[in-house]
Design a protein around this ligand. Sequence first.
Ligand SMILES: *[C@@H]1O[C@H](CO)[C@@H](O)[C@H](O)[C@H]1NC(C)=O
Ligand SMILES: *[C@@H]1O[C@H](CO)[C@@H](O)[C@H](O)[C@H]1NC(C)=O
Ligand SMILES: CC(=O)N[C@H]1CO[C@H](CO)[C@@H](O)[C@@H]1O
Length: 430
Amino acid sequence: MRRVVITGLGAVTPLAAGIKTTWRRLIDSSSGLVSTSECGPQFGSLPSRVAGLVPLGSREDGCWQAKDWLPASEERQMALFAQYAIAAAEEALNDAGWHPTSQADLENTGVTIGSGIGNLDEAYNTSVAFHTGGYRKVSPLFVPRLLINLAAGHVSIRYGFKGPNHAATTACTTGLHAIGDASRFIAFGDANVMVAGGSESCIHPLAIAGFARARSLATDWNDNPAASSRPFDRQRAGFVIGEGAGVVVLEELEHAKARKANIYAEIKGYGLSSDAYHMTAPKEDGEGAFLAMRQALKHASIKPADIDYVNAHATSTVLGDAAENKAIKRLLLGPDGKLSASEINISSTKGALGHLLGAAGAVETIFTALAIHHRTLPPTLNLDQPGDPAEDFDCNYVAKMAQQQPIGAALTNSFGFGGTNASLCLAKYS
Ligand SMILES: *[C@@H]1O[C@H](CO)[C@@H](O)[C@H](O)[C@H]1NC(C)=O
Ligand SMILES: *[C@@H]1O[C@H](CO)[C@@H](O)[C@H](O)[C@H]1NC(C)=O
Ligand SMILES: CC(=O)N[C@H]1CO[C@H](CO)[C@@H](O)[C@@H]1O
């Protein structure tokens, strides 16, 4: 079996445009969550008025403005989620030092970048314009700005990559599926290098209205945005919508070694499963999550005892966090596992970023790789008091402050509407 390693990282998140500043702020326990009350009149009347917005400003300051990453002509052709993906891909490729020019290398480099929702803004504006003004009001760029696979398309065109060109769209599991599937393309021999990840920017009043109607969003913390996302906390009350992108460069191990690339971590295992239960609610016992994690460990040939960290999906919902907690404990405690719950390290970085939907799994895979690389467990912000004792919240959740801890192997989870569950097992390369 060909082995797959991570050699480049790039991200645009509510903490910063750029992975270095994002990670520094995450480890400093900074929050990227802000009020949306100033975002426009429609936002003010919604029940949830907090979000993880990418900070605006210059690239030098770790902020986002499209012109620092793209010429105006390209910016006009692209949805914001595609722009974030272009920026994250550029950072990841620079980090990996992978700038191929030969035909063979270009043919062996592919892209898989997905999005959960895509360009809702475009669909909304064009629907309204078409309704009132008819055919002449539809832009020739409507379709290219709308399609979800165009982030991957634009990245391929920009660099001339001629390997697989693919896009997952599995709601909040998108980013993790993209990276997991890309690792399989490399293992199977479809490519030697894959640029993989997820991107999302749908902080639109209609999206917030929809998620609020589904009773998924936090609505109790509009006056205190930084406290609104509280994974595993007793007062958690729904997720906080966020935006951004995460992109990694994956590489076949011998290929990476031959060019002396820096290796952050190895992708050891990938597990996929389905709850087969309900459109939006998790099964209470966390069965889907358990099956995905068990599959990832089996594929990795790693014992539960050797998992030193779990980057949880935990979005700060009452049911989801409890179900995932149960599933993690069921997997990691036992004869082949940990002796007590206090030996299990779990954190959810959504306390700082909110839920980046289709980008979440990619950004969290990056955090997991950096946790291994820097021997640092990123914190779970706002965890004042772990959930009810009845829910069994007795693991180490890395509350509020990062912790130093060597990590040999880790899991990162993503779960999405439709009952889709996935888990990646990452390990220190040796
Ligand atoms: C949609 O319309 C709003 C309001 O006019 C505008 O601010 C926004 O930039 C438009 N979005 C797109 C993608 O054209
Ligand atoms: C599995 O996926 C479903 C999708 O609806 C998600 O809601 C659920 O949280 C996941 N399972 C668990 C136990 O977390
Ligand atoms: C603070 C804490 O509980 N850390 C735990 C993290 O995981 C390792 C390995 O299981 C434990 O030894 C630590 O106690």
